[in-house]
Design a protein around this ligand. Structure first.
Ligand code: F6P
Length: 470
């Protein structure tokens, strides 16, 4: 078994299998936020990535991607249900997103979650060279840091939570709250998107374990765990390069023509998830149409809803509701050849997204709660001409950085309507000022800056971050 000095452990591998035109199976980079984020880094430093390949009962031998070795962890049907669809995505996901959907507590799921976390920890322990750094990602694997500490006390352990960490009163509802918190605090460094998450964890560590805490550390069982916010970003250079490609620019123009050359295009791109606020947004848009503040021929809305977690009940129910509502709005306000909303329940590759971002006049990103939201950052990166407006939820992590967006409370439908109109009717000079400021921020806060900050904090010698150059 070849060993690595950096091991990334994440639920998913950064790959998807994709049927090639001849029917053969080929692997391509997967579209998720985490996979996109880490892709840029791991091409540049020798590492192993441990994760699920997306199938059932499979652990295919997968080729390296450049210097990155791929080590799949197989999940059975039962494990998929209990660990991924169950505890991770029906218990933790809704609870960590302010319980906008009711979390389900199922004792069987917990046991599967714990067993699968142990398998990931064992796989990481096996491929880590002595003194290696192991970087564990996200809520699916919250027990892995502590399990690794038991298996490999010699390694440096990092944990990064990509989603929000809830307020203590919500976390306290979890039947297995102590194990989950202790699992995460097995790391040397715990990173979050927002400083508030670190405060929440510190409060819980005091309450549940009597730990001692300061602003950025927790002392537990005689060991110091450092905690800090590291807001994640995107590969800005990649999105800028895509947006500048002549075929992408041409595609953006074609899209606008296909939409009927309206005066204004509103765009939303979300995974089809109840945290994304799609229904609130549809309500606001439908009321603007009803009130005559928006006219179909003049303005179109494009809603991309990327299929996600389709076997989980709450996602199926949500899809039916959204599609019913889009149908109602189009039935009521559309005309022949001119739907009010262009709804696309599909995945798009990165070049197509870059074209869509350029087609939009107003990008509407209004999640009810979101760890960061990389779509907002991708839109900004794609707007080289400093045009276009970003309407952004206050409850997305990105709002703390993109302060020049049109910030909005998505729960407030009247406020959402007003903000959409403001963004649609904004003075181009104001839009240019806002977009320039947001692009300046992103220029120095890209994915490499994020990884460098995290890995330098994890290992003060700078050894890990040394590979992070363009
Ligand atoms: O934002 C959290 C996250 O788990 C990302 O890591 C991932 O890209 C996205 O949600 C998609 O989720 P899933 O892996 O369940 O398809």
């Amino acid at each position: 078994m070849r060993q690595s000095s950096l091991v990334v452990v994440a639920n998913r591998l950064p790959l998807d299998d994709n049927a090639a035109p001849d029917g053969a199976c080929e692997w391509r980079r997967s579209p998720g936020g985490l996979a996109s984020a880490l892709h840029a880094i791991l091409q540049q430093t020798p590492a192993t990535w441990i994760g699920w390949d997306g199938g059932i009962d499979t652990a295919p031998a997968l080729p390296d991607i450049g210097t990155l070795r791929i080590r799949p962890v197989a999940l059975s049907e039962e494990e998929l249900r209990g660990y991924y669809e169950g505890f991770a995505n029906s218990t933790l996901w809704p609870l960590y997103h302010d319980a906008v959907e009711q979390p389900v507590f199922d004792r069987g799921w917990w046991e599967t979650y714990r067993d699968v976390n142990r398998r990931f920890a064992e796989a990481a322990a096996e491929v880590a060279e002595p003194g290696a750094a192991i970087w564990v990602q996200d809520y699916h694997l919250q027990l892995v840091p502590q399990l690794l500490r038991e298996l490999r006390p010699d390694v440096l352990i990092g944990f990064f939570l990509h989603v929000p960490f809830p307020p203590p009163e919500l976390f306290m509802q979890l039947p297995r709250r102590s194990e989950l918190l202790r699992g995460m605090l097995g790391a040397d460094l715990v990173g979050f998107q927002r400083p508030q998450a670190a405060h929440n964890v510190a409060q819980l560590a005091v309450k549940l374990f009597g730990a001692r805490t300061t602003d950025d550390q927790i002392t537990l069982d005689g060991r110091v765990v450092r905690t800090r916010a590291f807001p994640i970003s995107i590969d800005v250079a990649e999105m800028q390069a895509l947006a500048a490609r002549p075929d992408v620019v041409g595609h953006a123009e074609q899209l606008r023509a296909d939409l009927g050359q309206p005066r204004r295009v509103l765009l939303s791109v979300d995974r089809l998830d109840y945290t994304k606020g799609i229904e609130h947004r549809l309500t606001a848009y439908s009321e603007l149409l009803r009130d005559g503040r928006v006219k179909v021929r003049d303005t179109v809305m494009v809603q991309v809803a990327v299929p996600s977690r389709e076997r989980v009940d709450s996602y199926r129910v949500l899809r039916d509701r959204i599609e019913g509502e889009v149908g109602r709005i189009n039935g009521e306000y559309g005309r022949v050849g001119e739907p009010a909303i262009h709804y696309l329940n599909q995945s798009f590759d990165r070049a197509e997204l870059a074209a869509l971002y350029q087609t939009a006049d107003v990008m509407v990103v209004t999640p009810l709660r979101d760890g960061m939201n990389l779509v907002a950052k991708e839109f900004v990166a794609a707007r080289a001409a400093n045009t276009g407006a970003l309407v952004l939820s206050e409850f997305a992590g990105a709002a703390a950085e993109l302060e020049d967006a049109f910030l909005v409370n998505p729960h407030d439908v009247d406020g959402l309507k007003t903000t959409l109109l403001q963004a649609m009717d904004a003075d181009p000079a104001d839009l240019e000022r806002r977009m320039t400021a947001m692009r300046e921020h992103l220029a120095t806060h890209d994915i490499l800056a994020w990884a460098r900050a995290y890995l330098t904090a994890l290992d003060h010698t700078g050894r890990l971050a040394a590979g992070l150059r363009r």
